[in-house]
Design a protein around this ligand. Sequence first.
Ligand code: PLP
Ligand code: COI
Length: 340
Amino acid sequence: MPRDIDWENLGFNYMKLPYRYIAYYRDGNWEKGELTEDSTLHISESSPALHYGQQAFEGLKAYRTKSGTIQLFRPDENAKRLQRTAERLLMPQVPVDLFVEACKQVTKANDAFVPPYGTGGTLYLRPLLIGVGDIIGVQPAQEYIFTVFAMPVGNYFKGGLTPTNFLVADDFDRAAPYGTGAAKVGGNYAASLLPGKKAKAAGFSDVIYLDPATHTKIEEVGSANFFGITANNEFITPLSPSILPSITKYSLLYLAEHRLGMTPVEGDVYLSDLEKFIEAGACGTAAVISPIGGIQHGDNFHVFYSESEVGPVTRKLYDELTGIQFGDVEAPDGWIVTID
Ligand code: PLP
Ligand code: COI
């Protein structure tokens, strides 16, 4: 184990680890990929990924269990989402097996950087698919690079399980109604940089985006999905073609119903309905479950459960989800992939 890493206080920062995986797509086929120690990519200056945003990424984590083994959480779902994103951007499909194998190899090769059980840290894996090669017209690349790199991470939002506040964006959208909001492409995040900067400068953790067509419904956070809990024991989360279909969110919908006896609902979440939520949170791989203390919308500040304490239902969902991810709670079939 590297001795100089403060596992308990990692935050969410890049760290150059010894190994990453790389595979090239040329002449219509994926070539055999391999682990490499080279952390730089060598690509044409005219690569479509650079000019026209023909690129996609994923995010998933490896978890150290109490017994010291390492496991991945639903990597096949990330593989399938990357395939859907690739379809939207005319990129070749990375086969699910290739994706999962690359994640396993990178995790195993960087074993010493998977944080110890009990520190709260995890190994964050970042799969990336980019269109490369000598093309200058607006058209899909002929060649692609698929790479997976990794780093140990802690909390994405600094509060962890302490609630933080979010700002509703009235004057910005991250995606268009029939754009690429449901695809995990860099352009969505580029669009979120300026509103994100303004929100953070004003003391908020991040932005909550509204539906781009009417600006009356909550869509999602710039880096996570939104959920709310009602007094009727419902777990409610927005359904929209312009939000990223979060694997964490779908896992929570399942766990809320099957483990906590709640009613799972995917549907419209109108800004005017915020009073019905007794708790709310942001969920995602990086965000895990980050309780939302309050939401600022114009002059109105709406507090959910408390600005300083996580609500009891959010806490139960967090314990169930992270218990499964760290191997302390039995997982639904197929959710866990063990690294051997
Ligand atoms: N929404 C956005 C915009 C994201 O970047 C992420 C992160 O991946 C999520 C939601 C959560 O998705 P997941 O739970 O699959 O990580
Ligand atoms: C993730 O949760 O994996 C994400 O991709 C969010 C990212 C913006 C850090």
